[in-house]
Design a protein around this ligand. Structure first.
Ligand code: NAD
Ligand code: UD1
Length: 337
């Protein structure tokens, strides 16, 4: 298939392009490079030994998207493009609604105009809010506490409603748990700008000496050691989930929703211990107060993805920390190293 990938230069997008190319698909990337660089795409081409088309455009630019769809007769779209910083979204909510919601709306309108009827959308476990129980199944109530999460909920709803109105449309909503890790080559990975919000990039930056210590946000949750528990999933497993989704559900009209997680939760201190082993040194940390808006534990029931997509996460916690460390230690300043 020929697949248009929005946000394909970013963290999850770049890993997904490798898996798409490895499965014999052609890739057309649309990215405005607001949180990425062209370097990730040239490294993907080097790893794959294959070329991709790249269009430097914003998904809110209807004319540019229209031209992209006219030039490339694509079969399907995987839609990663979006902003993802929770804290920033509470400071600048309109920026998030504009980019994530308006951007998705323009994209779906242009798809419709060009009769492209398969869409895979990057949603997030954040749509479950603070779940009453774990593991989380796809039918859990949906709620959220911040504009970023709300933007995901609105786009999900927009997809459900558009599918009802268009009998030909197939939309796959993939709710990611916590993506970590990097390609085994150590040449592509997560390259956050500024101070990382998420746990894994923060730990890797402490280990490489860019930051002094990790602040652990609370040790009084009702979990194995009091620190927050999450379902960390290797980004390559996540990427493979997209290939399965597009291959299994292309042309299958309807709105299909899946958790992409491992089903296994790890605490912050378990992650610190695993990472210390990978980099062979202590990762200094201090326990501080809880982060506002955080939840105690969150992990997936991934059974539905297994049964329909024939997909399950295969990589271990050791793979996640070893691959993250290889990427960070080879590229201490990310793609600008
Ligand atoms: P990322 O920032 O690395 O990648 C997003 C890409 O989209 C970047 O290359 C950026 O330049 C591009 N982009 C942003 N706005 C754009 C626009 N208007 N037009 C064109 N390109 C645009 O982020 P990621 O971690 O790869 O996340 C990909 C998607 O997955 C996002 O939608 C994110 O919300 C979602 N998601 C991520 C996580 C996570 O922890 N990384 C978890 C759940 C869901
Ligand atoms: C965060 C977002 C969530 C988003 C997800 C993936 C918040 C409140 N939630 O979730 O909406 O979908 O990222 O992008 O931002 N931790 C520390 N110290 C740190 C960083 C994190 O102790 O410096 C802890 C957190 O308290 C949590 C765990 O590590 O227990 C994971 O945190 P993080 O990587 O930010 O992911 P989430 O909180 O799951």
């Amino acid at each position: 298939m020929k697949i248009l990938v929005t946000g394909g230069a970013g963290y999850i997008g770049s890993h997904t392009c490798i898996e798409l190319l490895a499965s014999g698909h052609e890739v057309v990337i649309v990215d405005n490079l607001s949180n990425s660089s062209e370097e990730s795409m040239s490294r993907v081409e080097k790893i794959s030994g294959k070329k991709m088309a790249f269009i430097h455009a914003d998904i809110r630019d209807e004319a540019a998207l229209d031209a992209a769809f006219s030039q490339h007769k694509v079969d399907a779209v995987i839609h990663f493009a979006g902003l993802k910083a929770v804290g920033e979204s509470t400071e600048f909510p309109l920026k998030y609604y504009d980019n994530n919601v308006s951007g998705s709306c323009v994209l779906m309108q242009v798809m419709d105009k060009h009769n492209v009827n398969t869409l895979v959308f990057s949603s997030s476990a954040t749509v479950y809010g603070d779940p009453a129980t774990v593991p989380i199944t796809e039918d859990f109530p949906l709620t959220t506490t911040n504009p970023y999460g709300q933007s995901k909920l609105v786009v999900e709803q927009m997809c459900r409603e558009t599918v009802i109105a268009n009998d030909n449309l197939s939309v796959v909503l993939l709710r990611y748990f916590n993506p970590v890790g990097a390609h085994i080559s150590g040449t592509i990975g997560e390259d956050p700008k500024g101070i990382p919000n998420n746990l894994m990039p923060f730990i890797t930056q402490v280990a490489v000496g860019k930051r002094e210590f990790l602040s652990v946000f609370g040790d009084d949750y009702d979990t194995v050691d009091g620190t927050g528990v999450r379902d960390y999933i290797h980004v390559v497993d996540l990427a493979k989930g997209h290939v399965q989704a597009i291959e299994k559900l292309h042309g299958q009209a309807g709105c299909h929703t899946f958790n992409l997680g491992t089903g296994q939760g790890y605490s912050v201190l378990e992650m610190v211990a695993a990472f210390s082993k990978a980099c062979n040194k202590e990762v200094p940390y201090k326990i501080i107060e809880r982060r506002a808006g955080d939840i105690g534990q969150c992990y997936a029931d991934p059974a539905y993805a297994k049964s329909v997509l024939d997909w399950q996460a295969e990589k271990t916690l050791d793979d996640m920390v070893n691959d993250s460390w290889r990427w960070q230690s080879n590229n201490p300043d990310g793609y600008s190293s």
